[in-house]
Write a protein that binds this ligand. Sequence first.
Ligand SMILES: Cc1cc2nc3c(=O)[nH]c(=O)nc-3n(C[C@H](O)[C@H](O)[C@H](O)COP(=O)(O)OP(=O)(O)OC[C@H]3O[C@@H](n4cnc5c(N)ncnc54)[C@H](O)[C@@H]3O)c2cc1C
Length: 404
Amino acid sequence: MDFAFSARAVELQDRIRSFMDEHVLPAEPVYDRQIAESSDPHALPPVMVELKEKARADGLWNLFLSHGDWGAGLTNLEYAPLAELMGRSIIGNEIFNCSAPDTGNMELLALFGTDEQREQWLRPLLDARIRSCFAMTEPDVASSDARNIRTRITRDGDSYVVNGRKWYTSGILDPDCELIILMGVSDPDAPPYRQQSMILIPRHTPGVTVLRDLPMFGYTDRLGHGDVLFENVRVPAANLLGSEGEGFALAQGRLGPGRMHYAMRAVGFAERALQLMCERTLSRVAFGGPLADQGVVREWIARSRIEIEQLRLLVLKSAWLMDTVGNAAARMEVAAIKVAALDVAHRVVDRAVQAHGAAGVSDDTVLARLFSITRALRIADGPDEVHLRTVARQELAKYKEKSR
Ligand SMILES: Cc1cc2nc3c(=O)[nH]c(=O)nc-3n(C[C@H](O)[C@H](O)[C@H](O)COP(=O)(O)OP(=O)(O)OC[C@H]3O[C@@H](n4cnc5c(N)ncnc54)[C@H](O)[C@@H]3O)c2cc1C
């Protein structure tokens, strides 16, 4: 195992760290104020436009994408600490054009898109001229088992027609969202993992209706999570991504690196929460001394540090495995870090909330948002239990072979 970083990776870490300290962290209150003053809670605040332009001009752009001519060409191991640094602010990754769901969608287009699809959609996404969303989950079926989805993609001459309902389609309410990548059933008679396909739907195609702007624990998230109806949505047959029946395989390609990115970012969330916990408890005095002098608080701090260090090592090991043996062979580790990352991040945030007292529940700090994000991410991109199932299956397989 070799976690030594290349000179380029070290240089990028220094530059992202400085950019975060100088520009991103000080912009957080401006971001909050601009959102509060905006007539559209999903519109990109001016401070983000400014910072995105700056990040792009500085070459700190699309660093997540490693594929072919399109990306920065970093390995997962090189990208991991960068995603962690970006994760120290909830607005960090978007500033560097490294935020979901665009990242996964760009990966899909880079890996499986035709030249025309890449020109039409990947190029503007890489330039952040547009945004995109990914519609797989449905309100009416248990979508953690994607074989259950019902939305139909039906061939009709030179077109496909889409009918169904999706929800928690993140990003669709952003006024810049122009592309929906939808997963639906194209052949209900095919074997279970060959029934689904993915299709590219321009956001403003007739028949696409956002029924609701869904909250996250009562918050209106700027990203916006849509409850979306698709009624006789007609798109050219050339909008199919990959071939008919490949939807499941494509989804796996999209979610693997996506889970890794969430995990890396979650290390950043946890680091931020620990920093806030230390600063607050050193400065807040109760029962004759700083809260940080209390044994119980010291235990929160110590356990948080230990858990973050363990998590980071597991994330780096998984990234290194993805680079050296490939995503498929690193499947167990990728499933494990999705669970471990949000588990640690949510626990550290929870301790930091407790250490802040009422302030931890208010929106005067970033903690309440981190609390809700880290909780919701234990469900998004596949709930913990599905990943635990993968880990347990691989573990048991070793012993099943032995007991035969
Ligand atoms: C903030 C947020 C953003 C999201 N963004 C998107 C998006 O952009 N696009 C999109 O398509 N979806 C998105 N989702 C949806 C998310 O991917 C699904 O909610 C998730 O896959 C679970 O599907 P479900 O909600 O249908 O839960 P269900 O399938 O109904 O499962 C409910 C619960 O059952 C349990 N469970 C499931 N399987 C097992 C098992 N094998 N063993 C034991 N227990 C199990 C789990 O605890 C699970 O949470 C988002 C969700 C959230 C919260």
